[in-house]
Design a protein around this ligand. Structure first.
Ligand SMILES: Nc1nc2c(ncn2[C@@H]2O[C@H](COP(=O)(O)OP(=O)(O)O)[C@@H](O)[C@H]2O)c(=O)[nH]1
Ligand SMILES: [Mg+2]
Length: 323
């Protein structure tokens, strides 16, 4: 077993931090690590919290974590902010809002910034969640900013997805348009102290009547005021209800299976990219480059020929001698 994997399973926080850097930086040991910890993953409950910047996600997460800690549950937090290239910006604000938890050994907090592409960020985030699950946290919360494709992708890593909205015009329709409403298992109207919370609730119910009228799980709507710690217990209750629904209906298992297959695809795509990158110094690649430059070959034919040549590098085991 990889020494880092062993240390993660023994709850060594520094090993966990180093391992997450490995998945971020695509260290050569990354796959070996993920393989080694795979069987040790605890049945962590993974919650995705998404919504536009300033919706109050970090404040909400901070209060939810305080609530969970009072029940002796351990928590991992992965804060994803692709808009912040360094550790400044929103992540700095998050640090302030999460500050009560930084010294609590029952809580592990990790910020994922932009190291590499957005697609890489989604992959690294999912892998970070796997590592934290192997470490053994009871609950893992993924906080993502925005409603882009990458965030949708990251949210597929969660068992339950909560979309945080604020009272005020536009939010509901916008979220529906972005497709994020579709994947939300519950809605949180945070800043319910501001005017318009009830109106917004009615708007969401109306939208749900249109799009989810016969769904087996109708996403509940929870009102919170995270700055006053209001609605936090109800939020947890609703999440727990959803988790029970996932188990009861088999939907949880279905999501887990889909997730595993998606991860396999992610790794395959990634390996293929790494392979192509490495092959750019190979003689056949350099030859193709020259042929294209000399006008002897079109790029499509060249790509096709390289692809078939590379696929033949390793014959599948089932080929027969005369086949
Ligand atoms: N009035 C009000 N303000 C809130 C509430 N929750 C958060 N805020 C404020 O909204 C701002 C953004 O909060 P933050 O948690 O950083 O949002 P995030 O970007 O979604 O993580 C901060 O100034 C919070 O104090 C709330 O329930 N009511
Ligand atoms: Mg935040």
């Amino acid at each position: 077993m990889h020494p880092l994997a062993e240390r993660i399973i023994q709850k060594d926080v520094r090993a966990l931090a180093r391992a997450i850097s490995y998945v971020e930086d695509q260290h050569p040991d990354r796959l070996a690590l993920l393989k080694d910890v795979h069987a040790y993953q605890k049945q962590s409950y993974i919650i995705g919290i998404t919504g536009r910047p300033g919706a109050g996600k970090s404040s909400l997460v901070s209060e939810l974590v305080a609530f969970l800690r009072r029940q002796n549950l351990t928590v991992g937090i992965v804060a994803v902010d692709p808009t912040s290239p360094f550790t400044g910006g929103a992540i700095l604000g998050d640090r302030v809002r999460m500050s009560p938890h930084y010294t609590d050994p029952g809580v592990y907090i990790r910020s994922m910034g932009t190291r590499g592409s957005l697609g890489g960020l989604a992959r690294a985030t999912k892998e970070a969640v796997r590592l934290i699950a192997a470490f053994g946290k009871d609950v893992i919360i993924i906080e993502t900013v925005g409603v882009g494709q990458s965030e949708l992708d990251i949210m597929h890593a969660a068992d339950s997805v909560a979309l945080v909205l604020n009272p005020g015009a536009g939010d509901v329709v916008q979220a529906f348009k972005a497709g994020i409403m579709e994947i939300a298992d519950l809605y949180v109207i945070n800043k319910a102290d501001l005017p318009g919370a009830e109106k917004m609730k009615a708007e969401i119910e109306h939208m749900l009547d249109l799009v989810k009228h016969d769904a087996p799980w109708r996403p509940p709507i929870v009102k919170t005021v995270s700055t006053k710690k209001e609605g936090i217990a109800e939020l947890w209750q609703t999440l727990a209800d959803h988790r029970r629904y996932l188990v009861r209906s088999g939907e949880g298992q279905r999501r887990q299976n889909l997730r595993a297959v998606a991860e396999m695809l992610d790794v395959l795509k990634h390996q293929w990219q790494v392979f192509i990158k490495a092959k750019q110094q190979a003689p056949e690649f350099l030859r193709a480059k020259e042929e294209i430059a000399a006008g002897q070959k079109d790029p499509y034919t060249a790509a096709e020929e390289l692809f078939s040549a590379w696929l033949k590098l390793k014959e599948p085991d089932h080929t027969t001698p005369d086949g």
